[in-house]
Write a protein that binds this ligand. Sequence first.
Ligand code: NAG
Ligand code: NAG
Ligand code: NAG
Ligand code: NAG
Ligand code: NAG
Ligand code: NAG
Ligand code: NAG
Length: 420
Amino acid sequence: MRSLITLATIVLPFVSAKPASSTRTCSNHGKGHKSSLVSAAWYAGWHSADFPLDTVSWDKYTHMTYSFAETTPDVHVLSLNGSNPEVLPKFVETAHKNGVKALVSLGGWTGSRYYSTAVGSAANRTAFVKTVTDLATKYKLDGIDFDWEYPGTQGIGCNAINPDDTTNFLTFLKQLRAHPVGKKLILTAATSIFPWVGPDGNRLADVSGFAKQLDWIAVMNYDIWGSWSTAVGPNAPLNDTCASPENQQGSAVSSVAQWTAAGMPANQIVLGVASYGHSFHVNNSVAIKDSGSLNSYPAFDADQQPIGDKWDDAAGTDECGNASGPGGNFDFWGLIENGFLTSNGTVAPNIEYKFDSCSQTAYVYNTTSQVMVSFDDAPSFAAKGKFIKSEKLRGFAIWEAGGDYKDILLDSIRTAAGAA
Ligand SMILES: *[C@@H]1O[C@H](CO)[C@@H](O)[C@H](O)[C@H]1NC(C)=O
Ligand SMILES: *[C@@H]1O[C@H](CO)[C@@H](O)[C@H](O)[C@H]1NC(C)=O
Ligand SMILES: *[C@@H]1O[C@H](CO)[C@@H](O)[C@H](O)[C@H]1NC(C)=O
Ligand SMILES: *[C@@H]1O[C@H](CO)[C@@H](O)[C@H](O)[C@H]1NC(C)=O
Ligand SMILES: *[C@@H]1O[C@H](CO)[C@@H](O)[C@H](O)[C@H]1NC(C)=O
Ligand SMILES: *[C@@H]1O[C@H](CO)[C@@H](O)[C@H](O)[C@H]1NC(C)=O
Ligand SMILES: *[C@@H]1O[C@H](CO)[C@@H](O)[C@H](O)[C@H]1NC(C)=O
């Protein structure tokens, strides 16, 4: 479940001891970029045949992150094998030709199994600094994105895990920054919506050490609700403080509040946003209220998990050997292809639609197939762009670049955030 990297992904203002890279990332945004706003996306290497490099709207991005180099049992080895490694050199070359910074993301949902051991001892940290800087040098990267899902807490189900994960991670980052190659890299982290946990299992109260080493964090504010939840809910809520208490599972608002309270400056937080939604099988009787509008948190039938679009993961066995159902994900283009939306991204005829005013995200429902999808449409991306501007966040990062359709989402968030 590659796209499920995402089982809860997001990130914080400024520190004088910050590495020189922060100046560097602000000073060179490529052609046509007037502000220092980060306009970023992850480029999934395994989708490169369907979403070739020459179809990326490079001129609308400042940073693009190739995904993933996965951790392996050997601290000396990162594996790009699941992500078309042969495309990476061309990715970097094309990004550079367009004045866009090229990063590689390490880890992801399936690729974080050996992060804990890679930073688990002084000898391994030294080896891992070499592994990471060698990767950056080999591929002429501008930066590295650490997508560890998650330090100190289990992700996919069979990750190595250690109470000292976050402590070791920070020690590693300091060592990487002290390295002549590491010092010049843009270093980012794709994070859970709330701060990582410390040795006591509680969320870190002080992440300022990470703020000194990382250029920014991208808080993965998606997969907040999905097939694993007790009810349907918004994939990527902008807000949840306006929801009833049982429906407050996290949002961009609560994420930014917690990371900043722990010492991550707002201008070092990039909002991770989703160009896909989650589907659910919902009976007509519970999908639609007496008023005729859609329910935001109806019960769903887990035994009838819909299959998503053609990029969706089929049912099978995951990397831990556990059975996994179909992902049920629909990319934004997949909602158009499957009849939920018209080609301009608005609701199709004979489809029920709701814009949930608290999460500021959209729902569509086909009363015949009884499939409901919670997702982000252009108004949802505009609301998030406005939030980035009003909270003075660093920018946005889209999982994933190839999920959009004719830049409907990208144009919406860029305009609202003030990039366009
Ligand atoms: C990746 O694939 C290559 C070529 O098949 C192989 O030599 C290498 O061992 C693989 N790497 C990993 C980490 O699996
Ligand atoms: C160091 O890395 C090796 C793999 O390269 C691993 O077997 C070992 O357990 C790691 N040590 C620690 C303390 O995590
Ligand atoms: C989130 O909801 C709270 C409570 O209704 C409201 O005060 C706040 O303005 C909302 N924030 C955003 C960004 O929508
Ligand atoms: C949906 O309807 C079926 C058949 O009437 C019923 O067995 C099932 O429990 C219902 N599921 C939900 C979530 O309401
Ligand atoms: C998945 O498999 C691992 C063993 O590989 C097991 O420890 C874990 O509990 C399983 N997770 C789930 C969610 O079943
Ligand atoms: C709703 O689902 C039914 C059954 O799968 C399908 O035949 C129909 O085309 C769908 N409606 C729309 C508007 O796509
Ligand atoms: C989107 O397309 C629909 C039908 O194709 C049309 O009715 C609607 O006016 C269009 N909306 C916009 C904003 O272009």
